[in-house]
Design a protein around this ligand. Sequence first.
Ligand code: ATP
Length: 382
Amino acid sequence: MANLELINLNKTYTPKVIPVKDISIDVEEGEFLTLLGPSGCGKSTLLRLIAGLEPPTRGKVVINGRDVSRVGPGKRNIAMVFQSYALYPHMTVADNIAAGLKLRKMPSDEIRRRVDDVAQKLGLQSLMDRKPGQMSGGQRQRVALARALVRQPDVFLLDEPLSNLDALLREQVRADLKQLFEKQQAPVVYVTHDQTEAMTLSSKVAVLYDGNLQQLAPPQEIYTRPANQFVAGFVGSPQMNLLTLSCQGNQAVLGEFRIPMPNLPTPPSQVVLGIRPEDVHLATPEDRVTVQGRIFLVENLGMQNLISVMVKGSEVRIRALLPAHQAWEGEEVSLSMSPQAIHWFDVQTGDRIQNHSSEQTPQSLGLPSIENGSIPSQRQLT
Ligand SMILES: Nc1ncnc2c1ncn2[C@@H]1O[C@H](COP(=O)(O)OP(=O)(O)OP(=O)(O)O)[C@@H](O)[C@H]1O
């Protein structure tokens, strides 16, 4: 059973530069872990600690039950793919792919069998005699992947492997990667700051910020139940609306409107309300939580418009993703926000302050319930 364990890993460069702070993560056989976070959050440092390119200041890296924290990179049986491809420029594709196996003195017929197999998987057969300088970026990246796959390592490490490719090619290679690694048993650790890659490729995502693990969960959970305000704001495009609002009892004050909050033992004086633009809609009479305002900006995204609305009686702006041609600049609109789609965060710590709102019922929100088909009073407006 292939697995990778990171146990209380720390890396300190200077007292002020601590890019990895007490990180513990398990990656099991067949799992694809993505390290996601903004530039400088410590993703590459963590990957280098796993690869053995740097020693940890504290903590352990364990591969298949063996503590490799003090074992050199060549002896960890890890394959790494870099953003820069790191191919040998004077060698052909075939020799680049085979280089690691030759170093390990593998019999030549076994090398040929493995190289042919991986070249076929990655569609490289017609390029085997070319040198890296005679190929496109996408082709070079496929050779770099082939070189990693052919080794059949215990762990795959990939450091932003798609970041040198243009947008279209990125999409294609991303899809190839997904198919390729679905068939691999060895754990994969993939570094990116691109949330689309993280969401589409991973079985679990570790969101990092300032060396700290913010959340470790499957991509869907990261999206639907962000653990804190940082994760909520970092994952999702367009970005989640994050509004710091004052509270009156169990209601958040949004301009002229009151938004019911979950019942808290001690209602705070302020709270952060989060709602994704795709969860804000034009209101219908049945909607319970609505706000009104004027549209001051419409951004055309093709199929949809991203509209920015200034909420009546406030300077607060809410963005909503609406079908194109549903709203125009200067127009007054009524927007609905389903209570189930609202996230609440502690204004001091940024932590999520409720379980998922799907646990909320109209009653728990202090709203009238629908009985005998009757529609409750339309809005929670004051
Ligand atoms: N060898 C080093 N000596 C001192 N500081 C370093 C060293 N390597 C990295 N750092 C610092 O550690 C922090 C984390 O760097 P790291 O490269 O791990 O971030 P990252 O999340 O991978 O960023 P990016 O996405 O920009 O590559 C940064 O502040 C960086 O300047």
